[in-house]
Design a protein around this ligand. Structure first.
Ligand code: SF4
Ligand code: SF4
Length: 357
């Protein structure tokens, strides 16, 4: 008898209940108040009187199995065996007595994991996959993050910024990193170079044509082979054609650089959510430590720390003093690339409601 076919094993995201600390499970939705006894520690008190302390530590995100085991051993020995990761790759340990907090912090520090990232600190950077996990990156977001946080560790372990500072990075212009007070994103500045020999073998041409947001790609015959051509006047160098068709070579050591954007915010607190704005571009993509990126980010952060009023986010500060003053104070050059005068969206963008993948 033929064996039954193997069925896909897809369970989706597991129910979280099994992984919640028992105090959190018991008091789910019944918390009364919370405070932060020190940077990196949250203290929650439930309506019924139960208390829980959460200790937050920074990780390098791309972790080998030995580092993960080390963190789990710390959780078992010092923290009642429960952890969770935040979206910014911080690890949080939960304990139900205050007496466990200091030994846990000492152990984490001794093992090289800084405790902090809460309140008005520079928390870990939410970032994209980089070379290890994605197939289209122009840089290694995770590496840039590790290098940058090595330099910003003093602002991670203290809460001395005017308000919280949330950074993001993205390793291509599709930007799955999202909005941030400071966003550090790769920016391509030239259209893709097409490897015509490969297109017919590798790409589904209609898919590639449909991907382009400004309809700049057309099918074409090149040297007798089915290929594609790009209207370079229309191309906005977004890189969206590269994932479905790697022969659309957009990554380039000279023309794929870092750009830094400022003033993005997801929350509704104090002011509306905002999009970030370009403040620096053409910064070299310079692994393994990306020192030029760090220099610009540190300059923006130190100016913000010195100049902003209490509780102003970076975008709110820039809006209050005005963007010309922002460039003056940070010393970043204002160039023609900062002027967004593109008015072609209505005529050029693929605005159809049909999804064509
Ligand atoms: S930002 Fe781009 S390259 Fe980086 S993980 Fe996201 S899609 Fe991949
Ligand atoms: S998808 Fe983006 S990079 Fe590719 S041709 Fe269109 S605009 Fe240019």
């Amino acid at each position: 008898m033929a064996e039954a076919p193997r069925m896909p094993d897809e369970c989706g995201v597991p129910e979280m209940d099994a992984y919640l600390h028992p105090v959190m499970k018991k008091n789910y939705g019944a918390w009364s108040w919370h405070d932060r006894p020190r940077p990196g520690v949250l203290h929650h008190v439930a309506k019924g009187g139960d208390e829980i302390w959460t200790v937050r530590a920074g990780t390098q995100r791309q972790m080998d199995v030995y580092t993960i085991r080390k963190l789990m051993d710390i959780a078992d020995e010092f923290a009642e065996g429960f952890v969770r990761f935040t979206i910014r790759s911080n690890i949080e340990f939960m304990v139900s007595t205050e007496a466990q907090v200091n030994p846990l912090i000492e152990k984490l520090n001794a093992e090289g994991f800084p405790v902090g990232g809460t309140g008005n600190s520079v928390s870990m950077i939410s970032h994209t996959q980089g070379w290890l996990h994605c197939d289209i990156p122009a840089t290694d977001a995770s590496g840039a993050v590790k290098s940058l946080m090595d330099e910003l560790i003093g602002e991670y372990t203290k809460e001395e910024m005017p308000n919280r500072v949330r950074l993001t990075t993205s390793c291509c212009q599709i930007n799955c990193g999202g909005q941030g007070d400071i966003a550090i994103n790769i920016q391509h500045i030239k259209p893709p170079r097409i490897d015509h020999d490969q297109v017919a073998n590798v790409c589904e041409r209609p898919t590639v044509v449909a991907r382009c947001p400004v309809a700049a790609i057309r099918p074409a015959m090149v040297n007798g082979k089915a290929s594609l051509e790009i209207d370079e006047k229309k191309c906005i160098c977004c890189g969206a054609c590269f994932p479905p068709c790697p022969p659309m070579q957009i990554n380039d050591s000279e023309h794929s650089n870092f750009a830094i954007w400022v003033g993005g915010k997801n929350s509704n607190a104090r002011s509306k959510p905002t999009f970030h704005k370009l403040v620096a571009s053409g910064i070299p993509n310079n692994p393994p430590r990306w020192p030029e990126v760090a220099a610009v980010v540190k300059k923006i952060l130190s100016t913000y720390k010195e100049d902003a009023k209490d509780w102003e986010r970076i975008g709110e500060w820039a809006e209050r003093i005005g963007w010309p003053r922002f460039f003056e104070k940070t010393g970043l050059p204002f160039t023609k690339y900062h002027i967004d005068n593109w008015r072609g969206a209505r005529a050029n963008l693929n605005a159809s409601t049909h999804i064509r993948f």
